[in-house]
Each structure stands twice: as C-alpha cells, then as structure tokens.
Design a protein around this ligand. Structure first.
Ligand code: AHR
Length: 323
C-alpha cells in the first residue's frame, strides 16, 4: 500500500515536471523570445506603417510577436496587456491610445516583472518606473512647426479651423498646445473652429463639411486648416473640393505625419505642408526590449527627430519616402 502511494506521488511529480517544461517551451515558442504588442488600431496610414515596422523588425530578429489591435479603445488595450501577462510574455510594447488610466494595469505588468516599452504616445502616471522607456516624437514641437509654417504662408493673418486628433491622446493634446503657443503671438491669426476628427479620413471629411457649412451660415471666411494628422487633412481636402473650392489655394492646409499620400497631395497642389512624424519605430523598440531584458536602465524618453516638407520639395523627396 505504502509503495503504491510512493509510486503514485512519483508519477504525479514526473507529470508536473513534464508539463512545466512543455509550458515554458510554449511560452518561449521553440526558444523564441515572446513579446506582446498592444497597438492603438488602424485609424491612419501612419498607424499601419508603425504596425508594419514593429512586425517586420520582430520577424527579422526571430522574435515571436503577439499582436493585438485595440480599435482605438483603451479597455481593449488593458485586456490585451492582461492577456499578455497571463501568457507569460517576456516584454510588452505598448502604443497607448490615451494618456491617462494606465496605473493599475502597468502595476500588474511590473509585479509580473515584465518590462513595458512605450512607443509613439506617452502616458500620464505618477510613478515613472511603471514603464521602461518611451520612444516617440516631440508632438508639441510638431505643433509649433506646423504653426510657424502657416504663419509665414498667411503673413500672420487669417482664420484657421482645426481638426483635432483623438480626445485624450498625447498627440492631440500636444499638437494643439504647440500650435496655440505660436499662433497666440499673432493677434490677427485665430482658430475659429476646432473639433475632433479622431485621426481618421472619414471623420476629417465629415467635420470639415460641418465647418464649411457653419462658416457659410455665419459669413466667416476659412483661410486655413490645421489637421493633427495627414489622414484628416486628406478627408478635409475631399470636403473642400465637394464644396466647390480649391484646397491648397483657396484654403491653405497644413497637417502632420508625412505619409506618401500627403506627398502626392502636395505634388497635386492640394496640401500645402506636412510635418513629419516618423512611425518606423520597430528597430528602436526592440533595441529597448533587449536592453530592458538585459537589466539596463533606459532613458525615460528617446525623442525621434522630425522635419517639415512642403510643395517646394515634395516631388524630389517622394521617391525616398518609406511610408
Ligand atoms: O500617435 C501618432 C498619431 O496617431 C499619428 O499622427 C496619427 O496618424 C495616428 O493615428
């Protein structure tokens, strides 16, 4: 009886050991490093380029990437992060849709000893040890660059309508801030209407249609459009054309991102300028993953440098554009 009991315990121990080794093999996917990537969504061409950069860099490095598209919803990102933790990923790359509300889930990742690398957008947390590093553009500087370009073009005078990004998102908050910082120095330049177009072409068009009809009813002339991204500007271009006006001539349009379609619109004379925001963050993101897993302390923010393009250099620059 006693021998049988000992045998049963031994069999149980052996089975547990075999299962543990199989499970850990699964988590490492045949020796591969497993990383979770929680992406905002697919709202713009910029976003698609960022996803592609991260996916292809993971593949190049032999990393297994668990990808989750949040469809612009924070609750989906929180669910994805919890699922990554449960699956035992070694690191998490997060492009957070909005700035606030991340403390609890980031705390869960920290407790599980999973480093979180933020890409593109930042978070607003009281404890910055909740993430390893942020790799992103300086969105306030982008807003300033857009405003400076517009001030020059309009000689410091004109009515501007603003298409804002997703409410609560770092680029929407900071691009507005940087733009206003410059515009307020010019009393004859005014933002007469401002509304969110959620970073999408469809909503950019819808909001621009509303701006055009309400401006007509109020007898207000729209001199310029400032769009927080190219996709909304491209939507606005359609609305302006449908209203019988010439985008780029009757109404000056400046946006942010620097995607290929924006270059094509500049070549066609329909968009006046775009401020580049580099989405090709894959190589830097996985360098950061490697460093964090190697126990290195990373800088809290690495700023990606951006520049301005307009109709004077769009044609010669287009062949070199990667996104
Ligand atoms: O966070 C970067 C912004 O998000 C890009 O400007 C925009 O196109 C995207 O949706």
């Amino acid at each position: 009886m006693k021998t049988r009991k000992i045998l049963a315990v031994m069999v149980l121990l052996l089975a547990t050991a075999m299962c543990m080794s199989a499970c850990s093999k699964k988590e490492k996917a045949g020796g591969k490093l497993v990383v979770g990537f929680s992406q905002v969504g697919a709202e713009s061409s910029w976003r698609t380029a960022e996803t592609e950069s991260i996916r292809s860099e993971a593949e190049k490095r032999g990393i297994e990437l668990k990808f989750s598209d949040a469809q612009q919803k924070q609750e989906n990102q929180i669910k994805a992060i919890r699922s990554f933790i449960a699956q035992g990923v070694k690191a998490i790359v997060l492009a957070p849709v909005v700035e606030t509300g991340w403390e609890p889930v980031l705390m869960e990742a920290k407790r599980a000893k999973i480093p979180v690398i933020l890409v593109d957008r930042g978070v607003n947390v009281s404890d910055d040890t909740l993430y390893s590093t942020l790799i992103a553009s300086d969105f306030v500087a982008e807003g300033r660059m857009a405003a400076e370009w517009m001030v020059k073009k309009l000689n410091g005078k004109g009515n501007i309508v603003e298409l804002q990004g997703t409410p609560g998102a770092a680029p929407a908050i900071d691009r507005k801030k940087g733009f206003e910082e410059i515009i307020k120095k010019y009393p004859d330049m005014k933002v007469v209407k401002s509304q969110t177009g959620d970073f999408t072409r469809t909503k950019g068009k819808e909001v621009m249609q509303t701006f055009l009809s309400s401006a007509k009813a109020e007898n207000v002339k729209i001199d310029a459009v400032y769009a927080h991204n190219d996709d909304m500007a491209l939507g606005a271009i359609q609305a302006i054309e449908e209203a019988g006006l010439k985008p780029g001539t009757d109404i000056v349009i400046v946006s942010i991102d620097g995607v290929k379609d924006a270059f094509l619109a500049m070549i066609d004379g329909k968009l006046n300028a775009t401020v580049e925001c580099n989405p090709l963050l894959g190589p830097m993101a996985f360098d950061a993953v490697k460093a964090a897993l190697g126990g290195e302390t990373l800088p809290k923010k690495t700023v990606v440098k951006d520049s301005v393009f307009d109709q004077t250099n769009a044609k010669q620059t287009l062949p070199d554009r990667k996104y």
